[in-house]
Design a protein around this ligand. Structure first.
Ligand SMILES: Nc1ncnc2c1ncn2[C@@H]1O[C@H](COP(=O)(O)OP(=O)(O)OP(=O)(O)O)[C@@H](O)[C@H]1O
Ligand SMILES: [Mg+2]
Length: 1109
């Protein structure tokens, strides 16, 4: 999906004001407050027109991501919130598209973020410019030059842990497409004094610490170095470690960067050898030695270090030693050698170290330039990035020659800034055809003049003093200044004739003070002459030239005796002035873009905004003037198209579309809004608004209007939505209605159809019935006719039959009568021939014949001999009924007898017993039927075989009729215990089931009665004879599954032994004797869980309840 282009503006969602040109009211306080407010909201960038103010956040902000790069890419400067990327994009696009060379001037004091800003600009440009392997390599080399130069040119200072100690201007070159081709770096005045001495709390250049921390053992050995910082005089020890800086890791980064930039391995090594040599030079110490001529001569204390340096650099030790002891002055073919005293020797040593290092640095820059220079000769577009040391003021008059030079450079930059901003403003007005009104602002040209004027400028004075014959000291230089510059309004000195400062105690005698644009700076004059001269004794440079170390040799070309040049080399001051002049010239040809860095606090800490400090910077950076200049004519300007686009909704004619040219549209718009004509001017391509108030009014109106428009859009959208919804509903309703109607019609049709069918069927039915009725009627008529006919025929036939029957009867009667008559006649005739009782005989014979036939037939029909066969042939003659029954009975008895005759004696006994049982219990006790099928086994328990019961068996001599385990009911509580129930011929015995020990023995004569219920239970009582021995405890109560068998056997045995019938009482309530008590045993129907086993419960003294199933 295509990303929707959202047009925004710097004016949207502003924190404070994004462009301080719009600040109302405009004064120092509002500017600071605005910056503070934005800083507190992490908005570190603010515009003044096209100038970007950057406040160092001292923390990493998430605003430099690749997404941000994409956001700012190809967007108008004012489209998004202020950002360094917006400026970079503007510069890059105007370079690429409008063919204008650009320069990006980054200024601000030390630690304000200039170097970071320059890197951000470079990385942004690298990210948005062309791609491709070759282009990427160029980009990479350009970017990687930074770590190398930072290692050698940056150092920790009290203001900044990574302070650039040199000025850097880098030209990035592009082809016509905007692809980078290469670059050129110019460096300005490395602060070389740092090599030999660092202020308190500061370090030497990073590379020394990086080499000692990160160099491998092998490398350090080769360089004859030791890892311990404290071994080296040139390294400050109190701040050798910087928080958050990993020197060792940085060393690897630098080596890697050198490789990427294109340093050969041997070159990188040579560079490190020079670094090592510089470090070791610091360890050479001198001692005084008196000479015969009374002069002091210096001697090297310990030659070991010197020896190692010479080994490292390939210099003859004696040559170097001599160079530290003598100074040769040549003048007009004459050579004069003088010895050096100790102080001079130290001076020479330090001068050599400083020169060696600063020349190495310049060599590095050149070497990098060689690598990154554009390979083609085509015309190039150039973007210059200037990151130059910021304005520097040390307290306590510690400002020296370096600060003077640095501040001079800043003064020049301020000048160019003023010139260019004013010029640009002016040019824009001319370009746009707007009248230019002059604005008052402080022009620092006068200060620049004080320093650089060729005849009486401070630098010229210094050069003059340095070149003057005779004794030249810093004091003579100051005197000269006092003479020449005393009247200058920005120069202050105590010694000057001007009475203004005679009593100013804050101005020491050895100092002079300059009122820079950024504030007053007190310069200590000591060292000015020396530093300006930048003298390196010729003996030393010649010694260096003699080195076999190629790099060192090349660093000191003046040491070549063949090219001896008696002319003095240009002084440091004049060199710098010249290079600054070149730089300024260079910058003036380019379109400037400004980044003005502000340091929010002195503590290098995030979130702290020191208003005093910022106020000072705002003052000397001239930001207020900058805003004023920008606003002098018109505070705000905008091309007609975006202006119309932004405000067209404020006027009916321009909203929503303006057909004509944008300018005319804006005119109409402004007229319509009744903005006073003096508030704006029409340029050629831009509208100029004089007062920010007007812009804010426009913005307010726009905001209001946007809200109205939003409401309108909302209204229309809602209306549209409702209408669409309504239309959809209506459409749906129609569809539904159509469907419904169709359905209803279908339904109605179906109904009508079915009704028609019903009616039809009724009518048809009715018709059919009518026809049927008619048919039936017809049929009935026919039938009636037939019936009548039939009846008629019947009647006729019956009449005929009757007549015939009558006739036949009559005929028969006639025949019978005739027969009887004949019979009578015959009998009368034959009576005399028959006996009187012949009839009886015939009857008997007939009877006999029938009986015979009956029996003969019965013989064949006799049923089977099974006594249970119920078949019997049917009776043939009624009169034989009783005979037939009798015959059946006789036959049955006969076949039963036959059946019985087959039994063995034992079977007989069993059947006898069964018969006995039947007689005793059939239809009396409900348990009986279930016992019929069970064979009576008698001794269920095989006492003979079970060894457990051996004793029991031995105690019983008689034959055992029953041996079975029964439940003996406890008389007292109705609970039951298992007992072995034994019946012998004469006795009844109870024995313990487990042990087999006899518990009770009752002779059968003492058993009087057996009682049991009529129900389906095995409960029974054995009543004993009153007074008998066995009856002492009372009657027995038992329960057994084999009750029928036991009772039968007991009955039979008693009968056979005592010839008395044992009384068997079958009743659901009977009495038993327990000792003295008569207890009623009552059977109740109970819900039994354990089958047919009854449960007993002794209710009280008189009642024992037996629950039976
Ligand atoms: N945009 C930024 N975001 C985060 N931190 C920053 C930013 N700009 C600067 N800093 C922090 O401030 C420190 C100082 O910045 P920088 O080295 O750029 O200062 P400088 O102006 O170049 O100072 P000098 O003049 O001493 O070289 C950086 O090391 C970094 O920690
Ligand atoms: Mg810097």
């Amino acid at each position: 999906m295509a990303k929707m282009e959202v047009k925004t503006s710097l004016l949207d969602n502003m924190i404070g004001v994004g462009d301080m040109v719009l600040l109302e009211p405009l004064n120092e306080e509002t500017v600071i407050n605005n910056l503070k407010k934005r800083f507190d909201h992490s908005e570190i960038y603010t515009y003044i027109g096209s100038v970007v103010i950057s406040v160092n956040p001292y923390r990493s902000l998430p605003i430099y991501s690749p997404e941000k790069v994409e956001d700012y890419r190809n967007r108008n400067f004012y489209e998004l919130s202020p950002h360094i990327f917006a400026l970079s994009d503007e510069a890059y696009r105007s370079l690429r598209d409008q063919d204008k060379d650009q320069c990006i001037l980054i200024t601000g004091e030390s630690g304000a973020g200039k170097t970071e800003a320059s890197k951000l600009v470079m990385s942004y440009v690298a990210a948005v410019c062309g791609k491709g392997a070759e282009v990427n390599q160029v980009k990479e080399q350009l970017l990687q030059s930074n770590p190398v130069l930072e290692a050698f040119g940056n150092a920790k200072t009290v203001r900044n842990d990574n302070s650039s100690r040199f000025g850097k201007y880098m030209d990035i070159e592009f082809d016509f497409k905007g692809d980078p081709l290469g670059g050129v770096i110019s460096n300005y005045l490395l602060e070389k004094s740092r090599v030999v001495k660092q202020p308190r709390g500061e370090r030497n250049f990073h590379v020394f610490y990086q080499l000692l921390s990160g160099g491998s053992e092998e490398l350090l050995n080769k360089l004859k170095l030791e890892r311990d910082f404290s071994r080296y005089n040139y390294l400050s020890l109190d701040s050798a470690k910087v928080n958050g800086v990993d020197d060792a890791a940085n060393f690897r980064t630098v080596r890697n960067a050198m490789q990427i930039v294109g340093f050969m391995d041997h070159e990188a090594e040579s560079v490190l050898e020079v670094v090592a040599a510089v470090l070791k030079l610091g360890n050479i110490e001198f001692k005084p030695e008196s000479r015969v001529n009374g002069l002091d001569e210096s001697k090297i204390k310990d030659k070991n270090e010197l020896k190692e340096i010479c080994e490292l650099t390939g210099i003859d030790q004696s040559v170097l030693e001599r160079a530290f002891s003598f100074r040769t002055v040549e003048a007009k073919q004459e050579k004069v050698s003088t010895t050096l005293n100790v102080a001079q020797a130290y001076y020479a040593r330090d001068a050599l170290a400083k020169n060696l290092y600063s020349r190495l640095f310049s060599w590095l820059v050149n070497r990098i330039n060689e690598s990154i220079k554009a390979q083609t000769k085509v015309r190039k577009k150039v973007m210059g990035v200037l990151d130059i040391y910021g304005f520097e003021i040390f307290e306590n008059a510690d400002n020296s020659f370096e600060q003077f030079i640095i501040n001079y450079c800043n003064e020049k930059l301020q000048q160019i800034f003023i010139e260019l901003t004013v010029k640009e403003e002016q040019e824009e007005y001319i370009r746009e055809g707007i009248e230019w009104t002059h604005i008052e602002y402080f022009n620092n040209a006068i200060i620049c003049d004080l320093i650089e004027n060729n005849t009486n400028g401070i630098l010229a004075m210094l050069d003059e003093e340095c070149l003057r014959p005779g004794t030249v000291t810093d004091e003579t230089f100051l005197e000269k200044l006092n003479q020449v510059c005393a009247t200058h309004q920005h120069f202050e000195s105590r010694m000057s004739k001007c009475s203004r400062f005679l009593n100013d105690t804050s101005l020491p005698h050895s100092c002079f003070r300059i009122q820079h644009y950024a504030g007053k700076v007190l310069y200590q004059v000591e060292g000015f002459v020396d530093k300006n001269n930048d003298l390196l004794y010729r003996d030393l440079s010649q010694a260096m030239w003699k080195a076999s170390h190629a790099l060192i040799k090349s660093l000191f070309p003046e040491g070549n005796p063949a090219k001896i040049n008696l002319k003095r080399p240009p002084t440091a001051g004049s060199q710098f002035k010249a290079s600054v002049a070149t730089l300024m010239k260079n910058l003036q040809t380019k379109n400037p873009n400004y980044i003005r860095c502000i340091k929010p606090n002195d503590k290098k800490a995030a979130h702290i905004f020191n208003e005093g400090l910022v106020c000072h910077q705002i003052r000397y950076l001239g930001l207020l003037e900058n805003v004023r200049v920008r606003r002098a004519g018109y505070a705000f300007r905008q091309a007609y198209e975006p202006c119309l686009e932004r405000y067209k909704m404020l006027c009916k004619q321009t909203w929503p579309h303006w057909k004509g040219p944008a300018r005319a549209g804006v005119e109409v718009l402004f007229n319509e809004l009744e903005i006073p004509v003096e508030e704006y001017s029409f340029g050629r391509s831009k509208i100029f608004i004089r007062n920010p108030r007007t812009l804010f009014k426009l913005e307010d109106l726009r905001k209001q209007r946007l809200e109205d428009l939003a409401t309108l859009i909302q209204k229309i959208y809602r209306g549209w939505k409702c209408r669409t919804h309504f239309l959809l509903m209506r459409k749906s309703q129609i569809v539904i209605a159509a469907w419904y109607r169709r359905y209803a019609q279908q339904k109605r049709y179906q109904q009508i159809k079915s009704s028609a069918l019903v009616i039809q069927s009724y009518i048809r039915g009715w018709k059919a019935r009518k026809i049927l009725q008619e048919l039936k009627h017809q049929k009935r008529c026919q039938e009636a006719a037939t019936t009548i006919a039939a009846y008629w025929h019947g009647t006729q036939a019956r009449r005929e039959l009757k007549r015939l029957k009558e006739e036949a009867r009559r005929k028969h009667a006639v025949a019978v009568i005739w027969a009887y008559w004949l019979g009578l006649k015959v009998r009368r005739e034959y009576r005399k021939f028959f006996r009187a009782n012949a009839g009886k005989k015939i009857y008997e014979f007939t009877l006999q014949r029938i009986m015979q036939k009956y029996f003969l037939e019965m013989k064949n029909k006799v049923p089977s001999l099974s006594p249970i066969d119920k078949n019997w042939p049917s009776r043939p003659y009624l009169f034989l009924d009783s005979t037939h029954k009798e015959l059946k009975r006789i036959f049955h008895l006969w076949r039963c007898k036959k059946y019985r005759d087959q039994f063995t004696d034992q079977q007989k006994l069993i059947y006898e017993e069964k018969l006995e049982a039947s007689e005793l219990f059939k239809d009396k006790k409900a348990l009986y039927p279930s016992s019929v099928g069970q064979p009576f086994q008698g001794p269920y328990l095989e006492i003979n075989k079970n060894p457990k019961y051996k004793k029991l068996k031995d105690a019983i001599e008689e034959k055992i009729i029953i041996a079975e385990v029964v439940n003996k009911i406890n008389r007292a509580n109705g609970k039951s215990t298992n007992r072995i129930f034994l019946l012998t011929n004469n006795n009844l015995l109870l024995a313990d089931q487990k042990s087999g020990q006899i518990k009770s023995e009752v002779p059968l004569v003492d058993v009087t009665k057996v009682s049991m219920s009529s129900q389906n239970d095995g409960f029974f009582a054995i009543h004993l004879k009153e007074g008998s021995e066995a009856a002492s405890k009372g009657d027995f109560l038992f329960s057994s599954d084999h009750l029928i068998e036991m009772a039968t056997k007991l009955y039979r045995t008693t009968l056979s032994q005592t010839k008395q019938k044992l009384n068997i009482e079958i009743s659901d309530e009977f009495l038993v004797q327990f000792r003295q008590d008569k207890v009623c045993v009552k059977f109740i129907q109970g819900n039994q869980k354990n089958g047919s086993v009854p449960t007993c419960k002794r209710k009280n003294n008189r009642l024992l309840e037996v629950a039976v199933p």
